[in-house]
Design a protein around this ligand. Sequence first.
Ligand code: LLP
Length: 431
Amino acid sequence: MIKEIKNNRLFFDGCDTVELAKKYGTPLYVFSESDIIGRCDELKESFLNKYENTRAAYASKAFCTLAMYKIAEREGLCIDVVSGGELYTAIKANFPPERIEFNGNNKLLEEIEMAIDYGIGRIIIDGLKELELIEKVCKEKNKKVNVLYRITPGVKSDSHDYIVTGKKDSKFGIPLEEDVIYPAIEAAIQSEHVEFLGFHFHVGSQLFDNHSHLAALETSLKLTKDTKERYGHIVTELNIGGGFGISYTTEERKTYAYFLDPMMKRIEAFSKELGIDRPAVVIEPGRSIVGEAGISLYTVGSIKEIKGVRKYIAVDGGMTDNIRPALYQAVYTGILANKADQPKDDKVTVCGKCCESGDILIRDIMVGSAESGDVFAIFSTGAYGYSMANNYNKNPIPAVVLACKGHDELIVKRQSYEDMIQNEIIPKFLK
Ligand code: LLP
């Protein structure tokens, strides 16, 4: 068990969270290495080892740090990066370049140059102009790079509108109109500077139903068939994205197999029918690798009870370290880590310290009797928490600790006030 209650305290991957809060201060992100390893093991068992010629590229936007790239490398994952900054971090972690793939809807020239210089494995082309940009860079550098086309499959997924990406009206991917997609495919096949491998889709995030993946897959398969029939070119790779949902409160997490088995079955049958070798199949899980592996620890400060209305307990972080409740109305749960056994008979709303009424982390949760100085732990904050943290109100970004079987290691130092102003300049006329 990653989460345990012992002596009235919450333990996480064998570490006493109250002691972690004392040792490193709060707010604090704590990641369980054992939980991450467990997810990777599930991926190996139900996908990577079960089916040949498959890869999992960890979508590192979910949680991107040097240490996480090291874990991903050790666990045999590839990675998906979406910016020069993520790529730079991966390079600094010495992540093997051939196991990096580059996604994103507006890759900058400098980013493409960086990717080609480092010799990364694949670029997922997300727009029509991108091929020209890549060709230009490859020509200048006398290099060739593997590419896939990200398509907009035009499917609807059941999730928050901001994290649904496969519908027709999306900034991501290449539209499927015949006069758009086919010339693009032909251009990539004919290019001397790229190796055109196949198609990519990502339908959305935090999904519990496989229908949109399966619908998008049909589109990729149709394009695969058309590419063979029209241009005699065999697609050798299909990337089916990420989006596998996790448990934040009471949701029951679906297995990787639930999503992947039917897709693999369909791809295998399709390949046989078309008379081609089954293309390599790549997935891009982000949230499902790190989401439940992370918790946030806070110290309770002021408590405000509005009689007959609501009781607020304020913590020393908020929308700066977890913007998801404010941005997507995301719902979390948590407990008083130092009163973990106490009966939960007090209904409170956990708010942050930012100057925004919307800075609410958890609305109406039952807890023990909260007092100033208690440690409040919020669960499942590992994905898109630290990676979306910001300095609103000039609040420093918290430290990150990696816990494993009772050991703890600092992997990101807490930002200092000095760190926050180090790039600022007072012009001479204001001095
Ligand atoms: N591949 C591509 C191309 C993506 O755009 C994404 C996520 C993933 C893979 C990974 O999806 P995952 O397995 O993590 O669901 N900030 C939002 C989520 C944005 C997801 C963006 N793309 C949130 O906090 O819910």
